[in-house]
Design a protein around this ligand. Structure first.
Ligand code: PLP
Length: 450
């Protein structure tokens, strides 16, 4: 029977038998005795056996201010006692109104309208449904194709998964969908031998324009892109890529959706990376994760005035999109406290200060022959194992990431293994000494797997 204080062994058994986790291997999921994470403090987490680990992935790219903040608990509890829930349909709450205003301030250009969602996937769904709504309203019902990119990740709802391009996420799911068109990924490491980065950029920008022209601009509704393609392997595009693709989109009346679910909220040292880092003011920005530092679920789709003007008109038409937990007051209160802490502690400035050192330590692993590529930006990093049969292969059968992660875990660091890659995005409050501790563990592990 389920008692209030199960033993550690019972917990492991119940978790193994009854808790089907995201992205489980369906042949072995009931056999794998996974970790149970018990608590967190700052950049550290402890498992059920009391082992302390640095939270290398920052939860899932989201625990910006670190674990165990009393102030967050207090803000959440205060809001629960004041108002835990009210319907978001046609009524507002104080935390939602203030947060919407703050996001409009942080977002670039004329992105002033915020639609709150339950996370990143529903923020992407909202952006795509807004595009559908807009083009139907404009009398252009065919203008709905979404152009996305191979290896992109935009979520796990039906719609957001449809525009995600990671091959491994498609096992037993259908890939073909006439409303989505995938471009090849934009991975400078995999550019043809001898091709300059500038020529590579030209080619990738051209790929987009050619696709729009072939599909017909009258059929293409949106281009969706992560500023840095994160869970596909922290792929940093060539300089100028986003600015030039945005120009192509504008030329052909295609909406540009910047998916900042990972890059938003300080990961690259700014609230949003689109304008300060990539010099673009997109039509919509999606965000989630770092918005509450992972303390509670919340996402948002921020929409430009230009798009809103076209979605709004004299006739009565409902924008029938939304969730029971849109603008959840407790999540909004958590986001506001998270923002307050980030401002007070100058977390964005701290990221900009330590990021060059973080990237320098990462690049120092060049000396290991087993390493194929080292890349990242801000507090995002990826180590890719060398592929013997040429770098164009993705080495889907490699276990480099898992081997590295296993050794790091034994030595007190969690990483996120992705086939032949290991990625990390630690809490943004990580100090220089803690960055050293983290990279020292990785360096030892690289020596062992070499
Ligand atoms: N978009 C990007 C770029 C992401 O990385 C993710 C999640 O990792 C999502 C969307 C989906 O967000 P969520 O898991 O909160 O639904």
């Amino acid at each position: 029977s389920v008692r209030n204080s199960p033993t550690v062994d019972e917990l492991h058994e119940w978790d193994r038998l009854h808790n089907l986790k995201p992205w489980s291997m369906m042949n072995t999921w009931r056999e794998e005795d996974g970790q149970i994470i018990d608590r967190g403090d700052g950049i550290y987490m402890w498992d059920s056996h009391g082992r302390r680990m640095i939270d290398g992935p920052g939860g899932m790219w989201c625990v910006q201010i670190g674990h165990g903040r009393r102030e967050m608990a207090d803000a959440i509890s205060d809001q629960v006692m004041r108002l835990a829930y009210s319907s978001p349909f046609s009524t507002g709450t104080e935390p939602a109104a203030i947060l919407a205003r703050r996001l409009a301030e942080f977002a670039p250009g004329d992105l002033n309208t915020v639609f709150f969602t339950t996370g990143g996937s529903t923020a992407v769904d909202t952006a795509l449904r807004a595009m559908h709504f807009l083009n139907n309203r404009r009398g252009m019902p065919d203008k709905k194709i979404v152009i996305s990119r191979e290896r992109a990740y935009h979520g796990s709802t039906y719609l957001s998964a449809t525009v995600s391009g990671k091959e491994r996420n498609r096992t037993r799911f259908d890939k073909e969908n006439r409303l989505v068109h995938f471009l090849p990924d934009v991975d400078p490491y995999r550019r043809p031998e001898g091709m300059s980065i500038e020529a590579f950029c030209d080619q990738k920008v051209d790929d987009l324009e050619q696709a729009i022209l072939e599909l017909g601009p009258e059929n293409v509704g949106a281009f969706i892109a992560e500023p840095i393609l994160c869970s596909g392997g922290v792929i940093v595009p060539p300089p100028g890529y986003h600015k030039r693709t945005l120009e192509i989109c504008r030329k052909h009346d295609v909406l540009y959706i910047s998916d900042e679910v990972v890059t938003g909220f300080g990961r690259l040292g700014h609230w949003f990376a689109s304008e300060p880092v990539f010099d673009i003011v997109p039509d919509m920005i999606t965000c989630a994760k770092g918005l509450t530092s992972g303390y509670l679920p919340l996402g948002a789709c921020i929409i430009s005035d230009r798009v809103m003007e076209q979605m709004t008109g004299p006739e009565e038409v409902l924008f029938s999109n939304g969730y029971t937990y849109s603008a959840h007051p407790v999540s909004c209160a958590a986001a506001l406290k998270n923002i307050e802490i980030m401002e007070r502690e100058n977390v964005l400035g701290h990221v900009r200060e330590v990021a060059p050192y973080f990237q320098e330590r990462l690049r120092s692993f060049e000396k290991f022959p087993i390493v194929g590529d080292l890349r990242g930006m801000g507090l995002l990093g990826c180590i890719e194992g060398k592929v013997t049969e040429g770098r164009s292969s993705l080495a889907l059968d490699s276990d480099f990431g898992t081997r590295l992660d296993t050794i790091c875990e034994e030595n007190g660091l969690l990483l996120r293994p992705l086939i032949n890659m290991a990625v990390f995005s630690p809490p943004l409050i990580i100090s220089k000494a803690q960055i050293d501790a983290m990279f020292d563990i990785i360096e030892d592990a690289l020596e062992q797997v070499s």
